[in-house]
Design a protein around this ligand. Structure first.
Ligand SMILES: Cc1ncc(COP(=O)(O)O)c(C=O)c1O
Length: 373
């Protein structure tokens, strides 16, 4: 199918770029001798996960139990649910585990770990449980030098019905970096904090099977991964305007765009309005700290070339492009199409039901996005 005839707004996924991004990160994992457990929340798509995990053991990371369930049903048998578990989800997690997959959970809360042990006894589901460590993001996780960073691993190691999987962190604060040097600093810190904590726990007689780290910015700027067992980057498979502005990738690596149609043009105000608004794009401001004029995405032509314009503002179904150059303004008419490079591809993908798979300028397939909680 031609791009021109696809429904708008909809997602276009450049499959050659996806393959190249997958291969590059797979190379990082192989060279550093670590397991790759990609975070599939970026795409929520079985076909994309198969590309990412090719040559590895098929382990994945998910952010919802709905993703865990859907991926388990499609043959993924080693899944880490990488959001701290809470008791309201124990039952569902057990159900997924009983379907025959290894579902690894994580916690940063002693009482929850105890409750999970008790639940596992009754349900007969001996989960592997990671302790989530805060390496500087300050979202969730225990501080690496806190009492809890030892107490929770010890409690889980001593528990009868759950197993200690190891320690896991995510350097989300790498997104606040201003330079590549700063990202490199965060990457070193993410690794070193975890390696040191693992050594401390081992010194106390606590076996640490897995040390798990990884975000897209840090995994694209690591010097080595000694002492690390697995990495869990997610966004790298698509990248986006934020990652390219930050320096995690180049604009030529970005694989996901939103196809949108022009629904209004205003010569007097040098304005074009498209049918991709906040729902189609998300309202993520991504790189605004680095590029105050980033708006809600970059406006590309159908070949994927940057027009220089930005999606300035969005309401639910309208996306407004202001300050349009004279030539583009006069050439453009209602019904024309643009591609928008989103600020944050994970948030944008989650707004849609499927990808239009783009290969050599044509839509060759349609892949489902497995949404929900
Ligand atoms: C726990 C965890 N692991 C891995 C990732 C993947 O990070 P990124 O998308 O930066 O690669 C995330 C993203 O939020 C996460 O929360």
């Amino acid at each position: 199918m031609l791009i021109e005839t696809a429904r708008t707004p909809s997602l276009l996924l450049d499959i050659n770029r996806v393959r190249a991004n997958a291969a590059r990160l797979a190379g990082v994992a192989k060279q550093n001798n670590v397991r790759l457990r990609p975070h599939i929340k970026t795409h929520k798509c079985i076909e994309v996960a198969r590309i990412q995990t090719k040559g590895f053991d098929g382990a994945v990371t998910v952010s919802t139990l709905a993703e865990a369930k859907a991926f388990a049903a499609s043959g993924f048998t080693d899944i880490t649910y990488a959001v701290p578990i809470e008791p309201g989800k124990f039952g569902e997690a057990s159900k997924i585990a009983r379907s025959g997959v290894k579902l690894n959970l994580l916690t940063d809360d002693l009482a929850t770990a105890r409750a999970l042990d008790e639940h596992a006894r009754k349900a007969g589901t001996p989960f592997d449980v990671f302790v989530k460590i805060d390496c500087g993001t300050h979202r969730v996780g225990v501080e690496p030098d806190s009492e809890m960073a030892v107490m929770i691993p010890r409690m889980i190691s001593d528990a009868k019905n759950i197993k200690f999987a190891g320690i896991l962190t995510h350097a989300g604060h790498s997104y606040d970096a201003r330079t590549v040097e700063e990202i490199k600093g965060v990457a070193r810190h993410e690794r070193d904090v975890m390696v040191e904590l693992a050594a401390r726990l081992r010194g106390m007689g606590i076996e640490v099977p897995t040390v798990s780290i990884g975000s897209t910015p840090t995994m694209n700027h690591i010097d080595h991964l000694e002492g690390i067992d697995e990495i869990r980057p997610g966004n790298y498979i698509f990248f986006d305007n934020f990652q390219a502005t930050l320096g995690s990738c180049s604009f030529q690596d970005t694989a996901l765009t939103v196809l949108a149609a022009v629904i209004h043009k205003d010569l007097d105000h040098k304005k074009i309005v498209i049918d991709a608004g906040g729902i189609a794009m998300s309202k993520d401001r991504g790189p605004v700290g680095l590029d105050p004029s980033c708006g809600y995405g970059r406006v590309l032509d159908l070949a994927g070339v940057d027009t220089g314009s930005r999606l300035t503002s969005v309401s639910q179904e309208h996306g407004v492009i202001t300050d349009v150059g004279e030539e583009m303004l006069h050439r453009t008419k209602v019904g024309d199409r643009f591609r928008i490079l989103a600020n944050h591809s994970c948030m944008t993908a989650a707004q849609h039901t499927h990808y239009n798979v783009l290969e050599n300028g044509e839509i060759v397939d349609r892949w489902a996005i497995l949404r929900g909680w």
